[in-house]
Ligand binder design. Structure first.
Ligand code: MG
Length: 248
């Protein structure tokens, strides 16, 4: 299996600091760990929270060997990394400058044709296969839940006054909701993780259209598009393509 990675994290055009963090590591042939964390909670604290989330994911990557033949154990280890990150963030809130820090975290562990996903918050994971794009994760946000139930359109959600209100994240007083998914993919497919700084400005069909160009430049093109449309938040894109087969 040959994987190609395209990634970029950008401050955007409005914020003074980039509070997103990401991870994209190939751990072994056919095994890769990808993650996006979007921090929140006041000046610099959000950056601390998202860095802690990615650090705990990275620890998982270095804890070799991963039980790649045991899907349930893999998902359990991924979830444990989330819970340990959550504990570290809650402990860090003792510092008054970090009292309200929190972060989203979306992680995907690729093991050949399988993809294990754990997710909390409103960053997203998409799978693009055979010319179709699927949003795999649900947004854990007030507006995300309204969109899912049909009470709000995507367009309305983007300008909704409560669009930044999350219903689950790491660092919250309530235990995080950890959704998990096990997917399969095939040669030519693309996995895309991103923070809401991208999806606030770029629709799914536009993500699909952007895949037409060269893959290495994909993240750059998407970040540029979000910035052209205002770049109102930090923008992070981590994409992986399983090379071979027909690209979408
Ligand atoms: Mg954001």
């Amino acid at each position: 299996m040959q994987l190609s990675i395209s990634l970029k994290s950008d401050i955007g055009r409005v914020r003074t600091i980039n509070q997103d963090h990401y991870l994209a590591e190939v751990l072994a042939p056919g095994v890769a760990l990808l993650g996006v964390a979007d921090g929140m909670g006041g000046y610099e604290a959000g950056e601390v929270a998202s860095a802690l989330a990615i650090e705990h994911l990275r620890r998982l990557a270095s804890a070799k060997p991963l039980p790649t033949e045991q899907p349930e154990l893999l998902l359990e280890q991924l979830k444990r990394a989330f819970l340990e990150a959550n504990q570290a963030i809650l402990a860090g809130q003792a510092d008054p400058h970090q009292a309200h820090m929190g972060t989203t975290l979306t992680a995907a562990l690729v093991v050949n044709a399988s993809i294990f996903v754990v997710h909390t918050g409103d960053s997203r994971l998409y799978l693009i296969s055979q010319g179709q794009i699927t949003q795999v994760t649900d947004d854990h946000s007030v507006v995300g839940e309204l969109v899912k139930s049909g009470g709000l359109t995507e367009e309305e959600a983007r300008v909704h006054p409560q669009r930044n209100l999350l219903t689950s994240a790491l660092g919250s007083s309530r235990p995080p909701r950890l959704d998990h998914y096990q997917l399969t993919w095939q040669p030519g497919d693309t996995l895309l993780l991103c923070s809401d700084g991208l999806t606030n400005h770029v629709f799914a069909d536009e993500l699909l259209a952007a895949l037409q160009g060269d893959f290495a430049g994909l993240a750059d093109r998407l970040v540029a598009l979000a910035n052209e449309r205002g770049g109102t938040d930090n923008i992070t894109v981590v994409a992986a393509r399983w090379l071979g087969g027909d690209a979408p």
